[in-house]
Structure formats: structure tokens, C-alpha cells
Design a protein around this ligand. Structure first.
Ligand code: MG
Length: 310
């Protein structure tokens, strides 16, 4: 079979926006550093497969993330189509925003942490200090008419702290949304969350005025839970799902080859349930098979493997 038999499943949205993170979150966490020209080709092929929202790169200092040191080169090569409101880039601070704005970027994402341990390791700041760093970035981005996404990492567990209280996650999420962000992406950075946990967090956020229409989910498949958790979130009204083509990006915090939810695995589940995404699964599998060749490793996506016989 090249595509799933379609049988409508109740309780799901009719349409889901796939927010493709392969070029940024995926490649940033791969061991192989991919040349800028290959990234540009990857993004173009993702677009051609029908992906509407693609996070393209990151304007963090190259010393932090050498894999993203070519942000200017990638966006320069993509031209105006690469910097629209559905082509967000990661921006940590005002310096990053300056670099992005100079290229005409119209959508950015800031990335906070639900835990002090990860804020310290990822941003070298406390949670409060990182919010202070984001505040002027979001303010200026909004003044310039940009769309702004807020990531919160470690929403379902932290490798150093263990369980993370839901109220603590909601506190950070609320403070980031209060800065003026348009969308909140809940990250299960180590892939430990389960479906009841997803429901409980969404319910808490809803009670605090952050409804599912402003929430995206970002699950990792480290413990095999990403797709189950995603479907649970969709049943609670979420309609934006983060995924990486081919399941790119290992998990840097758990020595596992399995990182982001694979876009193909998501599409198989959604299309089978009669949910529209606008993405051509077969075309995307071909893109991921090509990228696996560039990286010199097989795709961890079950659907890519099944459809390519890899
Ligand atoms: Mg990720």
C-alpha cells in the first residue's frame, strides 16, 4: 500500500497545519553538518511536496549552534519566498532579530524553557532572565508586523529535574504569551509525555485563557509516544502540529536516534483518518529518502522505511 485506507475518525479537526521543523530543529540536531546549498534544495523540495509552514533556520550565534551558522546564506538563496509569514526563523535576542530583519524575515520564534536546568544549559540564563531577553525582541518584532511563535521546551519532563509540574509549565507559557506572541508551541523535548499528561496541560492552559486555537504541539518520539500524544492534542482542539520530514534530528538529551515526530508518520495517521493537510505523502517520502542519502543514514521514520523498503 502506498497510502492508508481512509476511514473518518471522530473528534478530530477536518484540517491540520503541519509546521515543518526539519530544516531547523531537524538539521540542527544531526551530527552531519549539511551545506547551505543542500538546505536550500531541501526547503524547496519540502515546499514542492505541499508543506505550507516551514521553519527555515536559526539566528543564534554560530558559536552556539554551528549547524545554523549559514542562516544568511540559506535565506539569501531562497529569496523573498523564503522569508514570508509562513517561513519563521528562530531568534534568541535583539542581535538575532537585527540579522533576521535585515533579510526581510516576517515571522520569528523565540524559545523558552519550562525548567531552570534547561534554561541554564540552553540559554545560559534563568527562566526569568530569558523572559527579560525575549521581551524587547517580541515587542520590536510586533512593532514591525512580524508573526511571533513562543516555544516552551521541557513541558513534559526534564532530563536533569525529572517531572515538571503542570503549573510551572503553564506559568512560563503564560508569561511568554503575555509578551505578545501569536502562537505557543509545547515541546516534549525528551519525548517522555503521555496522553493524559497532554490533556491535563492543555486543560490547564485553557483555564488560563490560552485556548487550543493558539497552541501547537511539538512531540519527540524517543519513547514511541509522539503520534499518540499528537492525536490526543488534536482531540482537544489543537490544529497545528510540529514535525520533521523523515524524523530528522536525533535526541541530544537521550542518546537515541529518534527525535522529532516524523512528518510522514503524522501524515499517514491524519490522511487515514480523513484529515486534510495539503501535503503529498508520496512526494515527501521521496524528499526524505533523498535527505537520508545526504546525511548518510537511514530515516528513522517508520513510514519512510515502509514505503522505500529501506
Ligand atoms: Mg524538536
Amino acid at each position: 500500500m502506498r497510502s492508508p485506507q481512509v476511514e473518518a475518525a471522530g473528534g478530530l479537526p477536518r484540517e491540520v497545519t503541519v509546521y515543518e521543523v526539519g530544516p531547523r530543529d531537524g538539521l540542527q540536531n544531526e551530527k552531519t553538518v549539511v551545506p547551505a546549498a543542500t538546505k536550500v534544495e531541501f526547503i524547496r523540495r519540502l515546499e514542492a511536496a505541499g508543506l505550507g509552514s516551514i521553519e527555515t533556520t536559526s539566528f543564534v550565534p554560530a558559536a552556539w549552534v554551528p549547524q545554523m551558522g549559514d542562516a544568511e546564506e540559506v535565506l539569501g538563496a531562497l529569496g523573498p519566498a523564503g522569508v514570508g509569514r509562513r517561513r519563521p526563523v528562530l531568534v534568541p535576542n535583539l542581535r538575532g532579530l537585527d540579522r533576521a530583519a535585515a533579510l526581510g524575515v516576517q515571522a520569528i520564534a523565540v524559545f523558552g524553557s519550562a525548567t531552570e536546568s534547561f534554561a541554564q544549559r540552553n540559554l545560559n540564563r534563568t527562566v526569568a532572565e530569558s523572559l527579560d531577553m525575549f521581551a524587547p525582541v517580541v515587542e520590536r518584532a510586533r512593532t514591525e508586523g512580524m508573526w511571533v511563535r513562543a516555544y516552551v521546551s521541557m513541558c513534559f519532563g526534564d532530563p536533569w529535574e525529572g517531572p515538571v509540574p503542570i503549573a510551572q509549565v503553564a506559568d512560563v507559557a503564560e508569561r511568554m504569551m503575555d509578551l505578545g506572541c501569536d502562537e505557543l508551541s509545547l515541546g516534549d523535548t525528551i519525548g517522555v509525555g503521555t496522553t493524559g499528561h497532554v490533556h491535563a496541560l492543555l486543560e490547564t492552559l485553557g483555564r488560563r485563557g490560552i485556548g487550543p486555537e493558539r497552541v501547537a504541539v511539538h512531540f519527540h518520539d524517543t519513547y514511541g509516544q509522539a503520534l499518540a500524544n499528537t492525536m490526543a492534542a488534536l482531540r482537544d482542539g489543537v490544529t497545528v502540529v510540529d514535525a520533521a520530514a523523515g524524523g530528522l534530528g536525533g535526541c541530544p538529551y537521550a542518546k537515541s536516534a529518534t527525535g522529532n515526530l516524523a512528518t510522514e508518520d503524522l501524515l499517514w495517521a491524519l490522511h487515514g483518518a480523513g484529515v486534510r493537510t495539503g501535503v503529498d505523502l508520496e512526494a515527501l517520502v521521496a524528499v526524505s529518502a533523498w535527505m537520508a542519502g545526504q546525511l548518510g543514514r537511514p530515516s528513522p521514520s517508520r513510514v519512510v522505511r515502509a514505503l522505500t523498503g529501506a
